[in-house]
Design a protein around this ligand. Structure first.
Ligand code: UDP
Length: 342
């Protein structure tokens, strides 16, 4: 092996891991990617069901960004179908109104009621805490507007879905002669000594045996059903304002390139829960308003890590959207090339 070709292990075949793997392989390193699941693409994993409808197994993934570098990088591995996501909220009286709340929506319900109708119950069921106990940046992801814009991501310059799906896009990223992918393989710390460097997307608290206490996560139970009706919802996603445990339903066929079944439609309804109630499936790091969870993460971050770099939502304990996961993984890879010991 030449000095420049090192053995790299990437733990996790999601977007973050795939980007790092590709960057390392293109620098001449030999890369092994492992994932404990039996598929690549992490939580962006999608598949076409028996009705010919593409379903995102871990909830709706809508790609949106204003980061040209990320778009250029991903565009090497996928074509795109332009798509600007729209969401309606279902009110108690059965009306569907535009979300994020815009001028029309707030006039309909009364400005003073907006937080209580659209944010308080949803946040309570989504995060299991009161609105006030959650860092305000979380709900500010869905900003209240005073114009008539109807887009869920009103400001992003690039909004599209990968033409052949996320799974195929990630497969294309991983398709390189110096990348080997091993699925249904669990990580073991002994692998650190067998590799020159490890990029690890596993939960950082679990890696350190929870020595500073567990980092909380929310998870989602997905209820997917197919009904013999061509179309059910007014928009691809409908959010619920009620206090039932469900946050939203997505009708997959309403997304471009997700199937054209004239007789059946497949829908997925989301029921958030603590990750301990969903087979330890960690989806969302919880950003509390007091910053306690972040402080706990910082203690893990400060631990000596040897030849391990943490990546991704669970490794960095950060609510990364897909474009941010790609951007973060690119910076980590490129920064690593500069400071790496080899
Ligand atoms: N939110 C809300 N009501 C809604 C939609 C969002 O209260 O109808 C709040 C809620 O706290 C949610 C956050 O805004 O977790 C971010 O919503 P987003 O749709 O960005 O969440 P994601 O798609 O990442 O689950």
């Amino acid at each position: 092996m030449s000095m420049s070709c090192k053995k790299i292990l990437v733990v996790g075949a999601g977007l973050s891991g795939a980007v790092v793997a590709r960057e390392m392989a293109e620098k001449g390193h030999q890369v092994t990617v492992i994932d404990k699941r039996n598929h690549v693409a992490g939580n962006a994993y999608d598949f076409v069901n028996e009705y010919g409808i593409r379903v995102h197994q871990y909830g709706p993934h809508l790609f949106h960004t204003s980061n040209d570098k990320v778009v250029a990088w991903l565009s090497r591995f996928t074509e795109w179908l332009p798509y600007q996501h729209k969401v309606k909220a279902l009110l108690a009286d059965g009306r569907h109104v535009t979300l994020p709340v815009n001028k029309e929506t707030s006039e309909l319900v009364g400005k003073e009621n907006v937080l209580d109708i659209f944010f308080r119950p949803y946040t309570q069921k989504m995060w299991g805490v009161e609105l006030e106990d959650l860092d305000p940046t979380i709900r500010q992801r869905v900003p209240i507007r005073d114009d008539l814009n109807e887009l869920y991501f009103p400001n992003d310059t690039f909004q599209a879905l990968p033409k052949a799906g996320y799974t195929q896009m990630v497969k294309n990223i991983l398709d390189h002669e110096r990348i080997q992918v091993q699925l249904s393989v669990a990580y073991d710390k002994r692998m650190n000594t067998e590799h020159d460097w490890v990029f690890n997307a596993m939960p950082i608290d679990e890696y350190f045996d929870f020595k500073h206490g567990p980092l909380p996560y929310r998870s989602i139970k997905f209820h997917t059903t197919t009904v013999p009706i061509p179309k059910v919802l007014p928009t691809a996603t409908v959010n619920f304002t009620h206090s039932e445990p469900f946050t939203r339903t997505t009708e997959w066929q309403l997304l471009p390139g997700h199937g054209k079944n004239p007789a059946y439609t497949t829908l997925t309804t989301e029921e958030p829960c603590d990750y301990k109630d969903n087979h330890m499936e960690r989806y969302y790091p919880v950003k509390d308003s007091g910053g306690e969870n972040l402080a706990r993460y910082r203690r893990y971050e400060a631990e000596p890590k040897g030849n391990v770099t943490f990546i991704g939502r669970c490794g960095l304990y950060a609510y990364l959207d897909m474009h941010q996961a790609v951007s973060s993984a690119l910076s980590i890879s490129q920064g690593f090339q500069k400071v790496s010991p080899f």
